[in-house]
Design a protein around this ligand. Sequence first.
Ligand code: CA
Length: 236
Amino acid sequence: MSQQETKNSILIVEDEESIQKGLCDVFIYHGYEVKATSDGASGLKEALTGKYDLILLDIMLPEMNGLTVCNEIRKKDRSQPIILLTAKGDEEDIIEGLKQGADDYISKPFSVRELLARVESVLRRSPKLLNNAEKINWGSLMIDPQNLVVHCNDEKIELTRREIDILRYLIKNPQRPVTRQELLKEVWGYGNTQMETRTVDIHMAKLRRKIESDPQQPKLILTIRGEGYRIEKPNA
Ligand code: CA
């Protein structure tokens, strides 16, 4: 194993002892700096120190559940990478978690390989964004990736990193519909994962609620039936 120059740090919030220990072992073995807590309240306190590159957050936790923790973190820090750990089949929780601003989720039981791939994918996007923080003008929109905002006429809209990345990718490809699989690959960084494209739809719905004047009748990001999404240029 090669030693990384700066270790990435991960906060693990998981109350099940055996899973917590397993996760710690995996990440320590792969060169991460790891801190673990066993309940939501102490997890939140630790998360808000801002020391961590990524937070792995279980949903079912004593003291405060993971969805509330996620929501509280997002109120203070919109760019903190968060991956939720969910029990298999907790559809409602997954949807709610993504709505609360989690970057991704992984269902238990998961393979170590899948876990590492997702964590690396979320982490890869942090420096990518910093290296590519140029403002983008798109019709009447001005996208400011560094500050995670979009200026639309006189309005200032706060977006998550993922939402900014989605917008940027669509703007890079305005002439054609972009498929959900393509967004998973290019924005989420998933290569061959047969991941459900619902993740894309949930993020898209959230983005539309923020930037469309009528999210039910989108004028900016259009759904092209059977193909994907295409961006239009709003009049300046
Ligand atoms: Ca739990």
